[in-house]
Design a protein around this ligand. Structure first.
Ligand code: TYD
Ligand code: MG
Length: 474
């Protein structure tokens, strides 16, 4: 006979404790404990044996080859397509386009597919499918929230691909917790993963995200699936970015770019053009950098705005699409190594188009955008910059410089400010090699004027000559 007891379970990591606390003792998340009735003595899971151990060389890997989805930008992120038996979790804010993307995926899949709609009615899904031209004969639909019914539908329909929208909305009546609770989400996910592996069936699940961008529910969800994709973007803009944060079958750094249109999501193979469409050349506080997302170079605009305050309180610093810690570090480097003092200025920095720049190769672009904003002096319109900035103000080279330069040349840029140690350039773009941030400022004509008391007012002209000599040698 099963016994029930009351426990408090962390919605982040799934730990259960007999006593309530404001903070989870395991993962240290605040206010994450919820009351739950746990049934003891529940039947043990009987997991089927996968067979005896085998020599690795005897294993046939052809079964695990990815199948292209027909959506190029998705295939790019997945490293070729969906692997049979794999489970993928697609996370993203409400309204970002997860259901749209997955309906398009099912409609393009060449074999029978099953869409489990646990949040919307069959009519709602049909209406959306009409907008997306996704009313395909082999696309089956089941509006259902109960896991046993879902599993029996998989048995009868025998699909080649299943989408569960969403994992938080389905429940197994055999589990002792409310739908959406940690035990339910985890239990249902485990069961679906077991089914996917047993049948060699790829399953894609939608997962809701919390306000701070993490996947809601237990973190254990990320551990049980093979791939975690996150769908990002600003709901007010049409641009959507897809990336993998975990992928058991390939690299995780590829970026997929989509545009949301009236007829669904359309892949954007030439993302640099899209990012630079609204750019106004000749405006202070802007620098273009060729960043690298996986194999894909992307030209993005880094913007900065500085504003002097006399309020006496520490001025605001805001970083959008950039790491706030990195911004603070670069402000300190600028002050100590290039005499650019922004201590009494509000500083706002952002990356245009909802892109997140995580690689240090964007450091130099941010530094130049900041000084350009401070001096109200634009950078030359035909210049791109890249390089990691060290604490001594030195510039360090970044990976795949020539791929970045080729993309800049393709987009019509003719000059690049690069770290001194960078490899050779590419045709159509002239390189200015610089060893420090200070030299980079001079190379783009930004004469650093100190804003702090007691510092020198402008850069000695000998610096300028030295730089000119170095540039002419190249
Ligand atoms: P949806 O896929 O429902 O988002 P999610 O599943 O992530 O919550 O997308 C909803 C938004 O997308 C909604 O604001 C309308 C918009 N949309 C389009 O702009 N064009 C379309 O063709 C579709 C289907 C949706
Ligand atoms: Mg949805």
């Amino acid at each position: 006979m099963a016994k029930a007891r009351l426990v408090y379970r962390c919605t982040e990591c799934g730990t259960a404790t007999p006593k309530w606390a404001g903070r989870c003792t395991t993962c240290e998340a605040w206010n994450s404990l919820v009351e739950e009735t746990e049934t003891r003595g529940a039947p043990q899971l009987h997991l089927p044996s996968a067979g005896p151990a085998t020599r690795i060389g005897d294993i046939d890997s052809s079964f695990a080859q990815p199948h292209p989805t027909g959506i190029d930008e998705l295939d790019r992120v997945l490293g070729g397509g969906l692997v049979p038996g794999s489970v993928t979790l697609l996370g993203g804010e409400p309204g970002i386009g997860k259901s749209t993307l997955l309906l398009q995926l099912l409609a393009k899949w060449p074999h029978r597919t099953l869409y489990i709609s646990a949040e919307e009615s069959a009519q709602q899904v049909r209406l959306r499918a009409e907008r997306l031209s996704a009313v395909q004969p082999e696309l089956w639909l089941l509006p259902e929230t109960s896991l046993p019914h879902i599993l029996s539908a998989i048995d009868t329909v025998k699909p080649d691909l299943v989408v569960v929208d969403s994992i938080q909305a389905i429940a197994d009546p055999a589990l002792p917790s409310a739908p959406g609770g940690v035990v339910q989400v985890r239990g249902c996910a485990h069961r679906l993963v077991a089914e996917a592996k047993r049948r060699g069936l790829p399953i894609v699940m939608v997962g809701h995200v919390t306000k701070d961008g993490g996947l809601a529910g237990p973190r254990v969800l990320e551990h049980v699936v093979d791939t975690v994709l996150s769908f990002e973007g600003d709901r007010h803009h049409a641009l959507r970015l897809l990336r993998a944060t975990k992928h058991r079958f390939g690299p995780t750094n590829e970026l997929g770019v989509f545009e949301m249109t009236a007829n669904g999501l359309i892949g954007v193979p030439d993302a640099s053009t899209l990012f630079l469409t609204d750019r106004r050349a000749g405006v202070a506080g802007s620098a273009i950098t060729p960043s690298l997302e996986g194999q894909r170079p992307l030209l993005v605009e880094v913007q900065a705005l500085t504003n002097k305050t006399n309020s006496g309180v520490p001025p605001r610093r805001s970083a959008q699409g950039l790491d706030a810690g990195r911004l603070a570090l670069l402000l300190a480097v600028l002050e100590r190594r290039a005499d650019v003092v922004l201590g009494a200025h509000e500083v706002f920095a952002s990356v245009v188009g909802g892109v997140r720049l995580t690689e240090p190769g964007a450091d130099l672009a941010l530094c130049l955008a900041l000084v350009s904003a401070l001096l109200d002096q634009p950078l030359p319109a035909d210049v791109v910059v890249f390089g990691e900035v060290g604490l001594a103000g030195e510039l360090r080279q970044v990976a795949h410089a020539s791929r970045r330069l080729a993309e800049a040349a393709r987009m019509g840029f003719t000059r690049a400010i690069v770290p001194a140690s960078s490899a050779n350039g590419v045709e159509g773009i002239s390189l200015t090699r610089v060893a420090t941030v200070h030299e980079a400022l001079l190379a783009v004509g930004l004469r650093t004027v100190s804003c702090g008391a007691g510092r020198h007012e402008s850069v000695a002209s000998s610096d300028h000559k030295q730089h000119a000599r170095r540039a002419s040698r190249q």
